[in-house]
Design a protein around this ligand. Sequence first.
Ligand code: NAD
Length: 309
Amino acid sequence: MARAKVTVVGAGNVGGTTAQLLAQKNYADVVLVDIIDGLPQGKALDLMQVGPVAGYDTNIIGTNSYEDTAGSDVVVITSGIARKPGMSRDDLLNTNAGIVGSVTEQVVKYSPNCIIILVANPLDVMTQLSLRRSGFPRERVFGQAGVLDSARFRAFIAMELNVSVENVTAFVLGGHGDTMVPLPRYSTVAGIPVTELIAPARLQEIVQRTADGGAEIVKLLKTGSAFYAPAASSVEMVDAVLGDKKKILPCCVMLNGEYGINGLCVGVPVKLGAKGVEEIIQIKLTPEEDAALKKSAGAVKEMTDVLKI
Ligand code: NAD
């Protein structure tokens, strides 16, 4: 059986790390694309030379040409500028809209049957833009935000309780940004709701730290934003698709009435498998949670209105 083919657009921090993690999985060949001449080629060559040491046979190509991406099964779009201190994800809107729009057109031209996973920010808006520009059904264009946001929530809960992160599950809904909606009552440690293990005031602090999780890292790095966990989160989604795992993960997807939201890409739990988003899982929300999700969707709408998408 032929190996799957995964293209990663953007060979920067997130894209390069995504390519590295994918190469180590050894289940797909990887094409790394960037507009900078030499950057994807250099990183790909470096990653090819990890193979003998790490024990993978993955073929990794670095290129500036979309012809090399032809016939990709999955395309991860990380191309775009990242935040610097003092910038919000929304500050990236116009620059990244130009980049993501043109990248999507090229991707679709050479891989008309692929599944596209958006990573560039502002994530929810870029997902909507790519969906519209691709002409693909919503099942095949969705965004990575919730996996990262819930990984952050899980890490903070595990640090707080001094337990294995493997015991912690967490759920985060809504847009990737200040309006994300962590759901403590669906978050558990070995099956026990965190609301029974952490006092409400402290839990609220952890929820806030999760919502500010990206900004905390931007402030420390000073020259860019987080990339290890974002890349790992994107690869978990590729895994779910290529492995046809039917995994329930929070993803940014176009809603057509689900959760009372129509025509906007927002983060909700979905079932990810070989066909992409195979089901949107609807969970019952409390009035407060529902209001927070609607507020989050409203923040996405403000930006999709600006771009008229
Ligand atoms: P980076 O600056 O390290 O890399 C971006 C790369 O994109 C650069 O190499 C640049 O040359 C390339 N690029 C720009 N225009 C391009 C084009 N038209 N075609 C191909 N490549 C192009 O940035 P990064 O840290 O890798 O972040 C990338 C994006 O991902 C940013 O928008 C960032 O905000 C976002 N991000 C999202 C999440 C998430 O959870 N969704 C997490 C972290 C970062």
